[in-house]
Design a protein around this ligand. Sequence first.
Ligand SMILES: *Cc1c(COP(=O)(O)O)cnc(C)c1O
Length: 822
Amino acid sequence: MTRGGSEAYNGLVEALREREYPMLKDQIYLDHAGTTLYAKSLVDRFASDMTSNLFGNPHSFSTSSQSTTSRIEDIRLRVLQFFNADPSEFDLVFVANATAGIKLVTEALRGAPAGFNYAYHQTCHTSLIGVREEARNSFCLDDVAMEHWLEHGALPGRVESTQVPVLFAYPAQSNMDGRRFPLEWSSQLRSRNPSSTGKVYTLLDASAYVATSPLDLGDSETAPDFTVLSFYKIFGFPDLGALIVRHQASSALKNRKYFGGGTVDMVVSVKEQWHALKKGLHESLEDGTLPIHNIIALDSSMDVHHRLFGTMNDVSSHTSFLSQRLHDKLSALQHGNGSFICVVYSRKPEYHVGTLGSGPVVAFNIQNDLGAWISLTEFEKLAVLKGFHVRTGGLCNPGGVAAALGLEPWEMKRNISSGFRCGTENDIMGGKPTGVIRASLGAMSTVSDVDRFVDFVNEFYRVEVILETTQLKDAIPPHNLEDLYVRDLMVYPIKSCGGYRIPKGMPWEVRPEGLAWDREWCLVHRGSGQALSQKRHPRMALLRPMINFTTGMLEISFRGVLAKQQPTSISVPLSADPTFFQNTVAAKRMASRVCGEEISAQTYTSATINDFFSNILGVSCALARFPPGGQGKRMRYAKAHLQQHQNVGNRIKHVNPWSFLEIVTPPDSDSETENRKILLSNESPILAINLSSLEVLNQAIVERGGKPVSPEVFRANVVIGASTWKPDSFAYSEDHWSRLKIGQQDFKMLGSCRRCHMVCIDQETAAKGEEPFITLTKTRRFEGKVFFGTHMCHTPSTDSRTREAQYPAIQVGDTVVVDAPS
Ligand SMILES: *Cc1c(COP(=O)(O)O)cnc(C)c1O
């Protein structure tokens, strides 16, 4: 009788959650299919086991060694019993993870005299797909092909020789959508007459299944020959895997060629080459020193898991009960117009005894009320901000995702060749999503986790009202905006660090790449070369650069608290040839990456400079410079372009920035693709914001109970104010501007600026909040993307005789004229 699957059991889990999972704090963890969480009691118990026993390297005669050896053998038996596997019928090989178990089986079969053929089910994890590269022939089976094989004993393709064994692999449960597959397949295939295919070995990937369900290997006749799994998916810790081998199939593993460390009894290397392998199966497969401490931790894992959650049957009923709720509630969410918000790919989980059911995983995508897909990266940005942990994208399951989304091979190839990679921003291609959102549950999940997630989807993705066209107000034609002026000019000399406010009365040079000195430096991670970002390192906001033309230095001071006696400021020469000023400052070229794009920047070698930044940020980094005028990887191009919600240059009929419904035809963008150089800014030479828009945004934030945000969070270069107070008519008019004249200089608008949760970092304190991103998603979201501010670039004067053309500059207080006749 199981206790799981009831409100009472859920109450027990709620009760232990805070005590056992203090690391969760206020976050909602729904990525148990990635890894589940370890309990505090598990870590405590393991710590006490480690500190009260002396464990040596196994296989020698000291007592410390003997106690390790015997503990490992006890645990090996205990794990077999956990899966109800009789040690006279099965052996267990400890491996690093499920993938390592798969590789071990592959390595052995590859060593067989005639190699092997490989058949695998279409929903396999990528860990199983690579096996095909080692096989003579491989067959990817969908449901129809699978049925055919089971019925008629023939694979859908020619098998040249029946002397060659076949390895058949499939998941017990798909990690993508939780779909389960029958455990009986192994015995069904085994009982088939091998004359048409050769001997069939089955490899069951139980990684996803065992996380929340009991795996019963009680009947060795029907059990798979090889079963692989990872323990961190069941217990959260240790990071360890197992390969469980049916003795009857163990001869297939005897062909492995490699040996090393513990797997060999005697080796002769000098004069002759001979070795004697250990006799036992696991003894001959566990190369080198075992992960002793990880194996020992399994005792604590199994004890604590059982004490907290009961049997795996309890866990299974509880998680099915929760995923049923999640599935039902997500499937029921509707927009105001009656259309469904979620397209759910997972089957409905059933938890009645005897049915295969489906794992506690819900894979889905979100559509707006007009049926357009919501971008996964945009969904992630919001989810991250609200403390939800889910997985999005291809989930290492190309076959499963392709089947769910109806993606053909040519579409997947097209997506790859047009630049799509896991985790890139452009994740809707050809009108189809390229991945899914996956919420997965574990033993310590609760009803409240499920409900909070559903409420989140509903709050942010449900479109309530259908606005009548007649309700849409006509926007003020842009030409009326004559009293705009430059309120502030800012440059950010070091990418992602604090800004430098250009003093009043100081004309500032405008260059093709942007305002002079803007984003010319960055901090790069010393290992990966990746440019650091405030998103990961909010303290960067407190690094304040100052451009001092008197001393010719970029002076950087830190405005936060430093633990030790550390310098709080440092200077580097502005001169492009730093050696000219100071011998100790030398720079070398190094491949770095900015927003995923490979660049070649000059990296400073001075330990004083690099330590200054590394100590403050707590990450090993170096200062790098990317001066204007570079070629090849020493320069970058703008990526900004006009967005669909913008209707530039035309008189606008229906503009309602509050509405998600606005669909306008995109302007012809051919003229937009000309190459514009930028330095290290993300997308474009210059970013401008309109304070009237901020005013309207702040009103909305206050109405929702939040605090108004300062213009600094948007990290704009040009802050445009209005001398007459009419925010309602000026707000968001920048969406429709096509040109600006600031002082004597002309600028061309390059499209709205797409935002992420970096705008939630207070630039004064480096504290992270929810606003303004949350209100922006409610008021400024178009086709699932969130916008605020506008990109632009300078248009140099064609008349080079004037002073304005020779040294184009703008300054605080300059008038701003929108779309002036040129
Ligand atoms: C997690 C998982 C794997 C990979 O496990 P590793 O621990 O990364 O080796 C393979 N298959 C499925 C179904 C999984 O869920």
